[in-house]
Design a protein around this ligand. Structure first.
Ligand code: SAM
Ligand code: SF4
Length: 331
């Protein structure tokens, strides 16, 4: 029988959400995430095999983790992702499985992923105008739109859009994106730029605070807080726009000083490290343990240690310098 106990860190935060990066590779090059021309991928042998990830999840469940999100890099560029999701969904104690994707390859995979047990999907969409989308991601927007429609048709429990705010690039896309989300009856979240990549564009000049976007929206509609409803697993704040009939969230990791108080997550990096906080360098290695003679308890022990070491808050405001790009850590 599953011996699952709730997992709390030293600050009493219940940590039950693990984001799993299954690859550091990506088919796009978003300005804020991956330096242009980047192709310094980790050798395949350094990336956890699916079997190793599944065993890690079994250990995570023992520590009280229940919610899992598959991400990357771009998770849909890794082979056999559908059968991986199916195996993940069969692990006792895994309650929800989500995915974060750029959706460029989602259209043909949406239904198989849903049938395999994927429940929720978050799709990155920084612009609707093809030229602006191309400028930010170096990719094409049309396959992404088709991926979004396929996800809605596949009947996921939730489909959300994620838009990273970049001053001077996508301010004019914000309102059309809100209308697009409302038209398709899906939630859209605006994410403040974070210093999580080695990219040169992560400057103050390009930073667009969530508060400024809220003011922009208030010029067109009301923002009614949805405090009572928990629409996601993380610290996003959600609002209803009554006239537009849109639901909008804000992930203000930089300007919201209470952001970390409700943090409930950890990350498993593509190369097998537990990262208790995105905005702190600390990591605990699992891969070495996975690749030698070991028991599930050895992995459980590392998760408990990670809970113990989870920092109170990110240090993004303290001139934080990422030592490796976000795709290796897992967004
Ligand atoms: N490739 C997938 C995608 O783009 O959705 C999953 C991985 S991506 C690293 C996960 C999320 O992180 C995306 O929503 C992306 O927009 C966001 N992200 C990446 N770099 C960021 C940055 N510097 N600041 C804020 N969000 C960022
Ligand atoms: Fe790729 Fe996602 Fe990073 Fe864009 S945000 S480069 S799609 S991993």
């Amino acid at each position: 029988m599953l011996n699952q106990t709730p997992s709390f860190d030293t600050l009493g935060r219940r940590v039950d959400y693990l984001r799993i990066s299954i690859t550091d590779r990506c088919n796009e090059r978003c300005l804020y995430c991956m330096p242009e021309g980047f192709s310094d991928w980790k050798p395949r042998g350094e990336i956890l095999a699916y079997e190793e990830i599944l065993e890690t999840v079994q250990a995570a469940v023992q520590v009280g983790f229940k919610k899992f999100r598959v991400t990357g890099g771009e998770p849909l560029v890794r082979n056999d992702v559908v059968s991986f999701i199916e195996r993940l969904s069969k692990i006792p104690g895994v309650e929800t499985i989500g995915m974060t994707t750029n959706a460029t390859r989602l259209a043909p995979l949406a239904k198989p992923l849903r049938e395999a047990g994927l429940q929720t999907i978050n799709i990155s969409l920084d612009a609707l105008t093809p030229e602006v989308y191309r400028q930010i991601t170096h990719g094409e927007v049309q396959p992404v739109i088709e991926g979004i429609k396929a996800a809605i048709a596949a009947g996921f429990k939730s489909v959300k859009l994620n838009t990273v705010l970049i001053r001077g690039m996508n301010e004019h896309e914000i309102w059309p994106l809100i209308c697009f989300a409302a038209e398709h009856q899906i939630t859209i979240r605006f994410i403040e730029l974070m210093p999580v990549s080695l990219s040169e564009m992560l400057t103050e000049k390009n930073f667009l605070p969530a508060g400024e976007v809220m003011e922009q929206i208030r010029g067109k509609d009301e923002l009614i807080p949805l405090n009572e409803v928990r629409l996601g697993h993380g610290p996003a704040r959600y609002f209803k726009l009554p006239q537009t009939e849109a639901t909008v969230g804000f992930i203000g990791a930089i300007t919201n000083l209470h952001f970390c108080e409700s943090c409930n997550k950890m990350r498993l990096t593509a190369d097998g490290k537990i990262r208790p906080c995105l905005g702190n360098h600390g990591e605990l290695d699992l891969r070495d343990i996975l690749r030698r003679d070991h028991s599930l308890d050895d992995l459980v022990h590392v998760f408990r240690q990670a809970l113990h070491e989870k920092p109170p808050e990110h240090v993004f405001r303290d001139n934080y310098q990422p030592q490796r790009i976000m795709t290796a850590i897992g967004g």
